[in-house]
Ligand binder design. Structure first.
Ligand SMILES: Cc1cc2nc3c(=O)[nH]c(=O)nc-3n(C[C@H](O)[C@H](O)[C@H](O)COP(=O)(O)OP(=O)(O)OC[C@H]3O[C@@H](n4cnc5c(N)ncnc54)[C@H](O)[C@@H]3O)c2cc1C
Length: 295
């Protein structure tokens, strides 16, 4: 099913994001996580594309495996990094042949040793171009794009950034998934700024429960400096060890999700980090089981 149809059908979609296993040994753990989470009845699941396109084959294999084993709607992330147009075309053709009809179109980040993004030869400079390409050559595919409630670090001008986001939507993006955030008011404010700019496709909120002290710092770095509220930071510092940090993270994310649902967000994407515990706890705390949707 197309994600845009799910977004029209369900009051709030709940989706789970996984990353492809880096080593063969991790594959079993991931499949176990996925099967633990399936009874929650997610609207769809999403599979990331390794930095620099490094997991191209693993992403493809996981996407197709989940689709075949669970029959659930799967979104494959796809980045412009390190690929020519014809390579991207081949990847999309493979997905189309395997019945995968949802793509999250991204630019990707420059490799670690490189400050700025360099457009691959005969490739794409920005996600907008990728969206445009997919919609032109694979018009039946549903395309999502990324949004940044607290701004993307490479574009300090927030007005300009929303204009770039609008370009992605005008190129045909059907929905937007946000970068993780810890303060819901940042997300609500960004949704309003989207509205003012004439962006009317659904905005999905990205939620990631903190699970370790190290993870919190790394997350803030990876998410381009996501603001960590002092209340959360203090609670994490008070925690004796990572077992308690995990509890703090689950509690914080549960409150975020409760408030987002109360405010009728169109969708929530859980960045699971390939672990089921936090997502299961959040769903349990909110009284959701099996395919019951929060209403
Ligand atoms: C939900 C989500 C999922 C993600 N999944 C992955 C993943 O699976 N794999 C991965 O490698 N990365 C992933 N990322 C990270 C993402 O690739 C990086 O954050 C990347 O730096 C930005 O990607 P984008 O698609 O937003 O790029 P773009 O929309 O192309 O934007 C990139 C930068 O260029 C600016 N810009 C856009 N258009 C123009 C223009 N016309 N002129 C000048 N500047 C412009 C933007 O403001 C921004 O600063 C994800 C991010 C999110 C939020």
């Amino acid at each position: 099913m197309l994600v845009k149809d799910l977004l029209n059908k369900e009051k709030t979609t709940f989706s789970f994001e996984f990353f492809p296993p880096r080593k063969d040994e991790d594959a079993d753990r991931l499949l176990n996580t996925i099967s633990n989470l399936m009874p929650l009845g997610p609207s769809y699941v999403s599979v990331t594309y390794g930095a620099g396109g490094t997991t191209r084959h693993r992403t493809h294999d996981l996407v197709v495996h989940v689709r075949e084993q669970t029959n659930i709607t799967v979104v494959s992330h796809l980045t412009c990094v390190g690929s020519t147009r014809s390579e991207i075309h081949d990847i999309l053709e493979k997905y189309q042949a395997a019945g995968i009809e949802n793509i999250l179109a991204l630019r990707g980040d420059p490799p670690k040793n490189q400050k700025d993004f360099i457009e691959p030869a005969d490739g794409f400079s920005y996600a907008t171009e990728l969206v445009h390409y997919i919609k032109k050559h694979f018009p039946k595919m549903c395309v999502g794009v990324a949004g940044f409630p607290e701004g993307h670090p490479a574009t300090p001008n927030r007005l300009q950034e929303i204009e770039y986001l609008k370009e992605k939507v005008d190129a045909g993006a059907d929905y937007i998934v946000s970068q993780l955030f810890f303060e819901n008011r940042d997300f609500y404010d960004y949704c309003e700024r989207c509205e003012i700019a004439g962006i009317h496709v659904p905005n999905i909120a990205g939620i990631m429960p903190v699970s370790t002290k190290h993870g919190l710092i790394r997350t803030a770095e990876l998410a381009g400096g996501a603001r960590i509220p002092a209340r959360l930071l203090k609670a994490v510092h008070r925690a004796e060890n990572d077992k308690f940090v995990e509890k703090v993270g689950i509690h914080w994310a549960t409150e975020q999700v409760r408030d987002l649902v109360h405010n009728n967000v169109r969708g929530i994407q859980f960045f699971t980090l390939n672990s089921s515990l936090a997502t299961l706890e959040i769903f349990n705390s909110l009284g959701v089981s099996h395919s019951t949707q929060l209403r």
